[in-house]
Design a protein around this ligand. Structure first.
Ligand SMILES: C[S@@+](CC[C@H](N)C(=O)[O-])C[C@H]1O[C@@H](n2cnc3c(N)ncnc32)[C@H](O)[C@@H]1O
Length: 246
């Protein structure tokens, strides 16, 4: 399964992974915010089931010193309700056996992408979604079993050890909710070693896999949409062919 993008439902595909084989899972699950994905119905009810299934099925597949980092919005709004998805996510992961480890705030900058509620009044305010979270869990212990280091330059370390990452959002005409490559690069650098296996169960256009490839990690991507899969495969094939040229 290594260094490949796989098309299918991630819960079924996770079951095919070897137990205790994954060092880092880095992903952004659907938020249940009615985003128009290709094949996935992005509602809150389905989302809760998906997150719970993800936590339970992922637990046995992570190495004992493995980590799971999840990028989510702190607040999800759909037509009927405002919903703290990160709470549900934390509860599901802790119930599945994971230990909470850390939170990073992703400062996307104020791009005004979310509705403001009612202007110039406290009647029905709605803060702009200028930040998202990356919630980190450990499976059995906080530290890596084998001591290695340095695994990055001191300058890189200083940039990412601060728990606010200032990174502009990414927009892609082929996918409604990609994250920037820099977000994945930071996460993989901070929470895994070179040579580790990085999994993205909702890999979309393959951003995490691309970052893992660039940082000399092994990678596995799962994606339910055949269309997004094709984009991810193309991106990774191009990256690997370029690497072979040098
Ligand atoms: C927030 S997007 C991830 C985008 C990705 N980080 C990128 O940069 O391209 C979530 C992705 O999960 C996919 N997805 C939804 N349900 C899934 C499932 N059960 N199994 C696998 N992928 C799923 C969606 O099609 C969507 O591409």
């Amino acid at each position: 399964m290594i260094n490949k993008i796989h098309n299918g439902d991630c819960i079924a595909l996770i079951k095919e992974l070897k137990d205790e084989s994954i060092d880092l899972t880095f992903t952004s699950p659907p938020y249940g915010a009615n985003v128009e994905y290709d094949t996935w119905e992005d509602d809150i009810v389905g989302n809760k089931i998906l997150i719970k299934g993800l936590a339970q099925n992922l637990f046995p597949k992570m190495k004992i010193d493995g980590r799971v980092a999840l990028n989510i919005a702190p607040k999800v709004i759909n037509t009927k309700e405002r919903y703290p998805l990160f709470l549900e996510l934390c509860n599901s992961f802790i119930a599945a056996g994971f230990m909470f480890m850390d939170i990073v705030v992703w400062d996307r900058g104020n791009n005004g992408s979310i509705a403001w509620g009612i202007w110039d009044s406290s009647q029905f305010p709605n803060t702009i979604g200028a930040c998202e979270l990356i919630v980190l869990f450990a499976k059995g212990q906080y530290n890596k079993l084998n001591k290695q280091g340095p695994t990055m330059s001191h300058k890189e370390f200083l940039e990412i050890i601060d728990n606010i990452w200032h990174i502009s959002p990414e927009f892609n005409k082929n996918h409604p909710a990609v994250f920037p490559l820099k977000l994945a690069l930071n996460a993989i650098k901070l929470w895994s070693y070179p040579g580790d296996i990085v999994l993205d169960p909702f890999c979309g256009t393959g951003t995490t896999c691309l970052a893992a490839e660039r940082l000399d990690r092994k990678w596995i991507g799962f994606e339910i949409s055949p269309n997004y899969c094709k984009i991810a495969v193309k991106t990774l094939e191009y990256e690997c062919s370029q690497l072979r040229l040098f």
